[in-house]
Design a protein around this ligand. Structure first.
Ligand SMILES: [Zn+2]
Ligand SMILES: [Zn+2]
Length: 150
């Protein structure tokens, strides 16, 4: 078999390839990811892309969600059934504000942080409407922020 050799180990023949950059890699180098085998260089590069948020982005994102979501929750929970239509919109708007405040930097746990802050903000004025608001708006925020990570 006129095989190829690992890009990192020229003495090791291999049939594996990184499924991103198509570089030949030996089983010792190949990293198993949810999308297939990748070389260490590609995996490292990808992590750098995913995680660009600074630690203070988490703090400002949480603080923003705490204040804005707290206010929106109190306002919307007075509107009765209208809340069901307005909460996802409010969540989408909140996600946009957060994205702008962190200057579109990406953090893997940023969506979780924002939703946790929303839950926290709802606690002082907890009611059935507030729970409904947090559920609907929280899902919208999570989906929007998660989507912007891809
Ligand atoms: Zn690669
Ligand atoms: Zn190798």
């Amino acid at each position: 078999m006129a095989g190829e050799f690992c890009a990192n180990h020229p003495d090791r023949p291999t049939a594996l390839r990184c499924n991103k950059c198509a570089k030949p890699i030996c089983p010792g180098c190949a990293l198993h990811t949810p999308v297939g085998y990748r070389c260490p260089q590609c995996v490292r590069g990808q992590q750098a892309v995913f995680e660009t948020a600074h630690w203070y982005d988490y703090v400002t994102a949480a603080a923003t969600a705490l204040v804005l979501s707290g206010l929106a929750g109190v306002l919307l929970s007075r509107l009765g059934w209208l809340l069901i239509f307005l909460a996802p919109t409010a969540g989408g708007a909140l996600a946009e504000v957060v994205r702008r405040i962190v200057q579109r930097r990406r953090g893997r746990y940023l969506p979780h942080t924002v939703v946790a802050a929303m839950v926290l903000a709802a606690l002082p004025a907890l009611s059935l409407w507030m729970l409904l608001y947090v559920g609907l708006a929280g899902a919208a925020v999570f989906a929007r922020l998660r989507g912007s990570l891809m």
